[in-house]
Design a protein around this ligand. Structure first.
Ligand code: HEM
Length: 181
C-alpha cells in the first residue's frame, strides 16, 4: 500500500470523529457556521505558532477565516489557542496531508453552505473556496510516491497526521464547549 493510501486508511477513524462533530452542526445556520470557522482558526493558529511548517499557508488560511468572520462582524484575532496543545510528534508531511487534503472535503462543505438562505453566510466562504490548495495537494500526492510506505519514518508520518486531525477535533470541541458554558 502506498503512503498516500496508508494515510487515507489509517486516519479514517480520526476524520470520522470530525465528521461526527460536523453532523451535529448545521452549516447553513450562522451560529454553527461561525463555530466551524472559529474552530478552524483556532487549529490553524495553534499549528502556525508551533512553526512545524506550511507557515505562510497557515497564515493565509487564518487571514481567510478572519475575512469570513468579518461578514458577521466578528474579530477573532485575539482568540486564545493556548488551550490546544500541539503534539510533539506532528511533523511537516503528516501536517501537509491533513491541511492540503482538506480541500477535498471543502468542496462538499461549500455546497452545503451555499444552500443557506443567509446571504452573509454564503458570502463568507473565502477559506472553503480557496483554490490554492488543489495544486499543492497534487504536488504532495506526487512527492509522496517517493517516500517509503513502511518503516519508522512512514509510521511517524501517519501518527503525525492522526495528531493533526485530533487537534482539529479538540479545536471544534473547545469552540462548542465555550458556547455551551
Ligand atoms: C468538519 C467537516 C468535514 C467534512 C464534512 C469533511 C468531508 C470530507 C469528504 C467528503 C472527503 C472526501 C472527499 C473526496 O475524496 O473527494 C474529505 C477528505 C478529506 N478531509 Fe475532510 N471533511 C471535514 C473536515 C475536515 C477537516 C477539518 C480536515 C483537516 C483540516 C479534513 C481533512 C481531510 C483530508 C486530509 C481528506 C483527504 C482524505 C484522503 O482522500 O486521503 N477534513 N473530507
Amino acid at each position: 500500500m502506498s503512503l498516500r493510501m496508508r494515510l487515507r486508511t489509517e486516519t479514517r477513524a480520526a476524520h470520522e470523529q470530525l465528521d461526527h462533530i460536523a453532523d451535529g452542526l448545521d452549516l447553513t445556520m450562522r451560529r454553527d457556521y461561525i463555530r466551524f470557522l472559529l474552530a478552524h482558526r483556532r487549529a490553524y493558529a495553534a499549528l502556525h505558532a508551533a512553526r512545524i511548517g506550511l507557515t505562510d499557508l497557515l497564515a493565509r488560511r487564518i487571514s481567510q477565516v478572519d475575512q469570513d468572520l468579518a461578514h458577521f462582524d466578528i474579530d477573532a484575532t485575539a482568540d486564545a489557542t493556548e488551550d490546544l496543545p500541539i503534539d510533539p510528534d506532528i511533523e511537516m508531511i503528516g501536517l501537509s496531508y491533513v491541511i492540503l487534503g482538506s480541500h477535498l472535503g471543502a468542496v462538499q462543505i461549500a455546497k452545503q453552505v451555499g444552500r443557506s438562505d443567509d446571504l452573509s453566510l454564503r458570502a463568507a466562504t473565502t477559506m472553503l473556496t480557496d483554490q490554492t490548495l488543489a495544486p499543492l495537494w497534487r504536488d504532495f500526492v506526487q512527492a509522496s510516491r517517493n517516500l517509503p510506505d513502511t518503516g519508522a519514518d512512514a509510521d511517524r508520518i501517519i501518527l503525525s497526521a492522526t495528531h493533526t486531525f485530533s487537534l482539529f477535533e479538540a479545536a471544534f470541541r473547545s469552540v462548542i464547549d465555550a458556547d455551551a458554558a
